[in-house]
Design a binder for this molecule. Sequence first.
Ligand SMILES: Nc1ncnc2c1ncn2[C@@H]1O[C@H](COP(=O)(O)OP(=O)(O)O)[C@@H](O)[C@H]1O
Ligand SMILES: [Mg+2]
Length: 758
Amino acid sequence: MTGFVGRSRELDALAELLESARLVTITGTAGVGKTRVALRAAADNGGRFADGVCVTELGGLRDLDLVPHTVAATLGLPEQDARSEAGAVIDYLSDRQLLLVLDTCEHVIGGCAPLVAALLREAPGVTVLATSRQPLDMPGEHVFPLLPLPVPEPGTAVGDGDAVELFAQRAAAAVPGFTVTDENRCDVIQLCRRLDGIPLAIELAAVQLRATPLRALSGRLEHRFLMLTGGVSVALPHQQTLRAAVQWSYDLCSPAERVLWARLSVFAGSFTIPAAEDVCAGGILDHSDVLAALIGLVDNSVVLRPEEPEGDEEPRYRLLDTISEFGAEQLADSGEQAPTRHRHIAYFLGLAEDFARHDKDGDQLARFRALRGEHPNLRAALRYALGPPGTAEDDGRLAARLASALRPYWEISGLLREGRLWLDRILPHLAAPAAERAWLLLTRGVLAIFQGELHEATADLEASIALAEEHGGELACALGYTYLCLAFVFSGRHSEAAVAGAAAEERLDAAGHLSGLVSLDIHLGYLYLLTGSADKAIDRCAQGLRRLDDGERWARSYLQVITALALYLQGNIEAGSTAARDSLRLKNEVGDITGIAYCLEMLAILAAAQQRYKRTASLLGAADTLWERMGERFGGTAAMEGFHQQAERAARDALGSKRYEKLFRDGAGRELSMTVDLATSDTDKPPPVSQRSLTKREREIAALVCEGLTNGQIARRLVISRRTVDTHVASIYAKLGVSSRVQLATWLGQPSGSAPAE
Ligand SMILES: Nc1ncnc2c1ncn2[C@@H]1O[C@H](COP(=O)(O)OP(=O)(O)O)[C@@H](O)[C@H]1O
Ligand SMILES: [Mg+2]
């Protein structure tokens, strides 16, 4: 977001290291610029890795066990089977060429080291670039200590890329028109020297120029350091220098800003304004004053200005980790930690319950995205709610409420392994039979179903129903039967499924629970389909669709894909394709990878029925790429496998193996958005480039890419930021469905600008 200064020598050295080393750890004191340098090095060198770069931010994470989950999420791996999370990551990366950036490891070294060790062993094409205050301390690690920016000698000219340049940039942002001149150079150098050239310290000092002239600023800083060193002019360790600079910023804040700074430290990762208002108001800080204090902190570079949000999403603010740590210390000292954490839990519990309650209401997608963006905070709230042993939270009730309220979230986000991990952690706290325990078991049972662990699922659901019946949890009981029905359907225990379904229906009707009823429509629709009553399946799904309002996507997409399969079995191929395409569109909007894979398979099967074998082959290829991320096709359930085999055989026979394989590979290699476009628009050929609306700027940049310019060179040529170029190039790749410069050149080189032959 801000200009990048210097570091060319470090970047050259890193580029060389990354050619050969498998693990490079950039170490250094807080605020020295590890993250910035790592991201820059990744951008510069990522092109050498066929599968690109994956940046995993571990700063907000406090949980060693969740390191693999966090990496998996940035790789886009669904958590939908029963493998261990680390196992899934390693499987996926084992034959890939990728640069994995693990940013901010120092809090979770114990979680990073085993994962990295396994990657070094089992994923020969993966290189890890870590940043950490301490080395990971493992064999094969190349430690790259990052020093502060150089500070020029007082008498000398200002060089390129040093601390003075950084100060000048930040000062000009704070006070438009500020420049380093012959008159003020000495003061600037002295100030940078005092701050040891630590970029974060320099940034914090530079914004103070708004209120204080340079000469006075420099004098006050000098005075502060002399007080710290007992009046002698000696150097402090970098850590203490930074701390002094942070403390100085803190002292210059208004009382309201200070309180807010401390309280904001309970957020993990980023936060929205409404969250800050709800969680941080109280005592001297009124709800209506939070915003003004937040703006004050942004002005002082304490809180990072948010990036431009997409659409009507809330802007998200963030604290650098060092700044947040300082705030956390203040919060602990003020004795306000517990009440602030409680407000944090209450706020996110509210969001979760709201999502669960309204999960069949309008703009489900927007609310889902908002919740998904809060993932680090949901984790933090769960951790706070579980509390350390001996505290009031130790009974697990609050954590149980939160983890259970998140049931639709775990399900829709596909974070099944992580959801189960939390449930497994919370359950032992709730040993006594109680309604909360029934909800927890229900939730764990539901997640187990979708992971294909049907024994565990059935046991949890039956236990949950028994508890709920005894402790008056009528709704938990009704939902227990609803999902027990599904567990039986997947287990092939069809008559038991029908019995559980009837028990569920009676209770859901009595409770008038709409989303439960829709779920049951899905489960029974699938049961009818599998037991050969396609017409009953279609009716049941139609009933479910009638219950839904327009904004709902999740349940609708299931009802439609079951309808598609039922129509196919009835020989109604056209209508089946329409339903499957509708379903795919919704699955794609929600980002449900498993659902997308099912729909692609379904469309491939339907295409085979229409004898469109080329389409069958490429759709099966596209689905295969997705299954690869998930482990096993259809999660190992046999119901669809027969149809799949049949479609594949038909296409192979008609096309010949060689041609089939080629089309399959083409489908597999295509960008997902392109696949979805082709599949939902019912065409087989990508539209010609000319119709794929590159903007004027994108066409200009694409041409430069083809001339062989790097993104950095393009940025300089067009006088725009490197970041903007990166974004444009990503957008061009996505629109054209290509993934390399060579492919792009091929595209643009087509004489008529049309697609290469299929
Ligand atoms: N080379 C640089 N050019 C511009 N700003 C920098 C540079 N290095 C660090 N910064 C700024 O200094 C602050 C701390 O940098 P960061 O990379 O987060 O440090 P670390 O990861 O070592 O704690 C950030 O606000 C960052 O933007
Ligand atoms: Mg960092």
